[in-house]
Design a binder for this molecule. Structure first.
Ligand code: GDP
Ligand code: MG
Ligand code: K
Length: 267
């Protein structure tokens, strides 16, 4: 039995896709300890894959119940794969969550939803290029029109996606993160090192206390953070936010094609 987490922003079409994938094969309950609905269902026609619908979220920060539910599930339960459903007509905002989902190291498939609306707007996303740049599978779908779903299903099964395709940020940030990973080595599972390094760099209020770092490690890590803040002339949490947005700007620039622009430049 393999577990696939369905993640995405609110209104990205998560429920519509969940229904398309599972049919009437659904179980509805609550996440433990909170009144957030938890839905899971078996992939139609395949009893090996269970789809777990995560709450709709914009980020994996520690501030809302929904975000904490989603990140605890991804880090502590380690699903085999994530389907990240993206509203293609709002790809910039949606990719902010995508990068954070990738930071968990759980193998991920991007489902570019609302492809019917995007086409109506005269735009298209070069999915092969996006897939190459992020090194993860990308499918254009319309959950509403039920198109592209078979394509998406081809990637389900943990042997069909590769693990740990982390997004790479600014070199100066990458070197700070790898130094923090060295400090955390042995304290957390190897596969989670990058996630924890980023959370420690951000000084995440939920994650840092759990690690119970000794004084020497705390001091080494603080030095790494201080030096990096001086290099960027910025604060650690905003260094990470900016690094994500810089990468998103590049991705959008390279992958989103406006057919109207294209026609105009030839007229
Ligand atoms: P959720 O909040 O992520 O669960 O999103 P829903 O599945 O409830 O979808 C939000 C709205 O978008 C609904 O009105 C859906 O019918 C609509 N929707 C979902 N997928 C698509 C799609 O591929 N194309 C279009 N045009 N609308 C969609
Ligand atoms: Mg929903
Ligand atoms: K449902």
């Amino acid at each position: 039995m393999e577990v696939v987490a369905l993640a995405g922003n609110p209104n990205s079409g998560k429920t519509t896709l969940f229904n398309a994938l599972t049919g009437s094969n659904q179980y509805v309950g609550n996440w433990p300890g909170v009144t957030v609905e938890r839905k899971q269902g078996q992939l139609k026609g395949n009893h090996e894959e269970t789809i777990v619908d995560l709450p709709g979220i914009y980020s994996l920060s520690p501030y809302t119940t929904e975000e904490v539910v989603a990140r605890d599930f991804l880090i502590n339960q380690r699903p085999h794969q994530i389907i990240d459903i993206i509203d293609s007509t709002n790809i910039e905002r949606n990719l902010y969550l995508t990068l954070q989902l990738m930071e968990t190291g759980v193998p991920i498939i991007l489902a570019l939803n609302m492809s019917d609306l995007l086409a109506k707007q005269g735009r298209r996303i070069n999915q092969d290029k996006l897939s190459y740049l992020l090194q993860v599978p990308v499918c254009s779908i319309s959950a509403l029109k039920r198109s592209g779903i078979d394509d998406l299903k081809k990637y389900l099964g943990s042997d069909k996606t590769k693990p740990y395709a982390y997004p790479k940020y600014d070199n100066r940030l990458e070197s700070a993160l790898s130094e923090i990973e060295d400090e955390l080595n042995g304290l957390v599972p190897d596969n989670d090192l990058r996630w924890y390094a980023i959370k420690v760099f951000e000084n995440d209020e939920k994650v840092v206390p759990i690690l119970q770092l000794d004084a020497a490690k705390q001091q080494n890590i603080q030095e790494i953070i201080t030096i990096t803040e001086q290099l960027f002339n910025d604060e650690a949490d905003s260094i990470i936010v900016n690094a994500r947005y810089d990468l998103i700007a590049k991705l959008v620039d390279m992958c989103v094609v406006d057919e109207a622009d294209f026609k105009m430049s030839f007229s």
